[in-house]
Design a binder for this molecule. Structure first.
Ligand code: BDP
Length: 681
């Protein structure tokens, strides 16, 4: 039990939860349906066991087109769309039907989930279809096998042995993704090398595509904008140059020849030193549309990232993405999706939603979440990201009045768009447990489930995951889920409470670094974001400051600007306030900050105790690993608290509130710690 089996363990259920054995009716033998039947056999064999008798209930799988028995039932499959399914009990038969084979496979995984989580399967009537079309993992995997911001070991893709050797683990990867509805994978880092577009690498990507295809997963590549120069022998990558356009067309043709269902390109352009159209005085639209024209005839898409910030450093980095993209609304091709991070800075423990959501109604806007925990404690901190994702998706943009949530932008319903996308920066590597820790598997899981339904409850998803991954015993599930649900707020508390952001160590982003200043760019430092001084702390983004609030709909801007209405969780994101400012609790801002830091540490203490109590329900191997990681997290939460308090106290000059322990070391000590070998840089 090292975690390799993820949430697909299929261990025998307790007798009381075990349904009767079932027979599986024969059916069409397409590659995907073979997988669906095998999965059902494997799942029921493990969970239920026992041999069905001739009058046991049965399961019938298939599509109306491929199975006369399914067709004869005349099922209402319209709502299932291309990838959805219907699970319905008809007499003694459970039918799992879809309009496509992949819909059937998704249905099988749903059915198995019901069995795994101990829910009855005797009378079912479930129709489900994904609300988002492109549900993608973005792997930040380098061709040399390292993973940018990856904390789960080396890249899964063994570029050296591909295409001739296909590691069986690729199948396990595809199966896990299919079980949660993920239907695409960008194989290489957004900080891309042009080599991934050369013939040998296309052949390697094609080999992976072949493995993934029956699981409904398309392969995509990050494209380096300057590839025409690097591998095309051209002198320019100017998107309006006919030779450059011809290069990309030919490249797309070449890729589609090898991978007929290739998904398309992901591009990071003119951001953090990456090449892009602006190098030639052209725009994001020029760049994106050129690539869109190359893949368009083959049905491909271009995901053009809005995570950009220019060499000139204006007063507030938070305003740049909006500033560079909003003016182009309506100018991108239909097969371009602008991929926007959840917040305007960079995957912080908490950020208000990105102001582009709701602001570009004539453009396909996709969501980019980070699953890997670059800013949330790497692999060792137990932080369930469901509540972070849910908070963003439920945020109301007010773009078309109340109820214009980010989820409705992402699922396309707000503006009637069909090219919809949710992307997650993967946390997957070669570690036996895939994600670096047992609980980080839950972040992969919840991402997939939310991409299928951005309005789903992340608490319910956590409960499903906990049951499938560990135990269906309510004495385990209830406390484990409660612990997960509060874990993200705890990380916010011990790292960056009350709207603080970007306070971590320089470049590796490991541990606290509120003193980080100087260097290449002001907006890569902590002092730029906290703006702590004798007069107070926080980034004024109201009209009196950078006026970033003006990028939101007026109702939202007003709410953020007004100290009476702003959520205190976002307080210092939008306001610069004196240390003695009174919080709603009655505490001063200084006392409140200290209280939050300490509360984060106590929560981690509590998780340690809860986990110790849960030992009877978890195998010793996984239990011990989680316990050890919680001890690391406990120390690091304390470190975050102490270092942050030691630093900010030099400005507040105020004593700690009664009962709060002083940091055990001097500020110099915390500043002197260095971590040159931190992973994932
Ligand atoms: C930041 C990471 C950096 C990525 C960048 C991006 O620190 O490694 O390359 O985002 O998303 O979060 O492009």
């Amino acid at each position: 039990e090292d975690g390799y089996d993820l949430w697909l363990r299929y261990r025998p259920l307790p007798a009381a939860q075990r349904p009767e054995p079932r027979t599986i009716a024969p059916g069409a033998d397409t590659p995907t349906l073979k997988i669906a039947r095998a999965e059902l056999q494997r799942g029921l064999g493990g969970l239920v066991g026992g041999a069905p008798s001739p009058d046991s209930p049965s399961i019938l799988l298939g599509t109306p087109a491929g199975s006369p028995a399914v067709a004869a039932l005349n099922l209402p499959l319209k709502g299932a769309g291309d990838e959805g399914y219907l699970i319905r009990t008809v007499g003694k038969t459970t039918v799992i039907a879809g309009n496509s084979d992949i819909g059937v496979l998704y249905g099988v995984f749903h059915y198995l989930r019901l069995v795994q989580t101990g829910q009855g399967v005797d009378t079912l009537d479930i129709l489900s279809a994904p609300k988002v079309k492109h549900r993608l993992l973005n792997h930040w995997d380098n061709l040399n096998g390292s993973v940018e911001r990856g904390y789960a070991g080396a890249s899964l893709w063994d570029w050296w042995k591909l295409p001739d050797y296909k590691d069986p683990r690729y199948v396990d990867y595809a199966r896990a993704n299919a079980s949660i509805g993920i239907n695409g994978a960008v194989l290489n880092n957004v900080n891309a090398k042009a080599d991934s577009l050369t013939a040998p690498y296309i052949a390697k990507a094609a080999a992976l595509a072949e493995v993934f295809r029956p699981y409904g997963i398309k392969v995509y590549l990050s494209a380096r904008f300057s590839a025409p120069i690097e591998i095309g022998g051209l002198k320019t990558a100017d998107p309006l140059d006919p030779a450059v356009r011809a290069f990309w067309k030919a490249k797309a043709d070449e890729i589609y020849k090898a991978i007929p269902d290739f998904g398309g390109f992901l591009v990071k352009a003119n951001s953090e030193g990456q090449p892009g159209p602006q190098d030639y005085g052209r725009t994001h639209v020029d760049g994106a549309n050129m690539l869109a024209d190359a893949v368009g005839p083959h049905g491909g898409i271009v995901m053009w990232r809005a995570f950009v910030y220019s060499h000139e450093q204006p007063d507030d980095r938070a305003k740049q993405g909006y500033g560079e993209f909003k003016p182009f609304d309506g100018q991108f091709r239909d097969n371009v999706i602008v991929q926007v991070k959840n917040g305007a800075i960079d995957f912080q423990p908490r950020e208000p939603f990105h102001p582009l959501f709701g602001a570009m109604p004539k453009t396909n806007l996709g969501m980019e979440f980070q699953i890997t925990k670059e800013y949330l404690g790497f692999a060792t901190h137990l932080v369930y990201l469901g509540p972070l994702y849910e908070e963003t998706l439920k945020s109301d943009t007010y773009a078309k009045g109340q109820g214009s949530t980010v989820a409705k932008v992402v699922d396309g319903t707000l503006d009637g768009r069909s090219q919809t996308l949710m992307a997650g920066v993967a946390n997957i590597g070669r570690d036996r447990n895939w994600s670096g820790s047992q609980f980080d598997q839950a972040n992969w899981y919840v991402f997939g489930r939310l991409a299928w339904d951005p309005e789903a409850s992340t608490k319910d998803i956590a409960a499903d995951w906990a049951r499938m991954t560990f135990s269906t015993d309510p004495r385990f599930v209830q406390p484990a889920v409660a612990m997960m649900m509060g874990s993200r707020e705890a990380a916010v508390d011990y790292m960056t409470p009350l709207g603080l952001h970007h306070q971590m160590g320089r470049s590796h982003h490991y541990g606290p670094g509120p003193w980080v200043s100087g260097g290449e760019r002001a907006d890569w430092t902590s002092v730029y974001y906290a703006k702590a001084g004798k007069d107070g702390i926080g980034f004024d983004r109201t009209a009196a400051g950078s006026n970033a609030v003006a990028q939101y709909a007026p109702v939202v801007a007003q709410r953020f600007s007004d100290l009476k209405t702003v959520d205190e969780k976002d307080l210092l994101w939008f306001h610069h306030l004196p240390w003695t400012y009174r919080l709603r609790s009655g505490q001063t801002l200084w006392d409140g900050l200290v209280t939050h830091y300490s509360r984060g540490v106590s929560y981690v203490d509590g998780m340690g105790r809860t986990w110790a109590d849960l030992a009877p329900y978890v195998d010793p191997e996984r239990h011990a690993q989680v316990a050890d990681f919680l001890a690391i997290q406990r120390n690091e939460a304390q470190w975050w608290r102490d270092a942050s308090i030691a630093y900010f106290q030099t400005f507040s000059g105020l004593p700690l509130p009664a009962g709060e322990a002083a940091p055990p070391h001097s500020l110099d000590y915390y500043e002197s710690l260095s971590f040159p070998y931190a992973p994932g840089i």
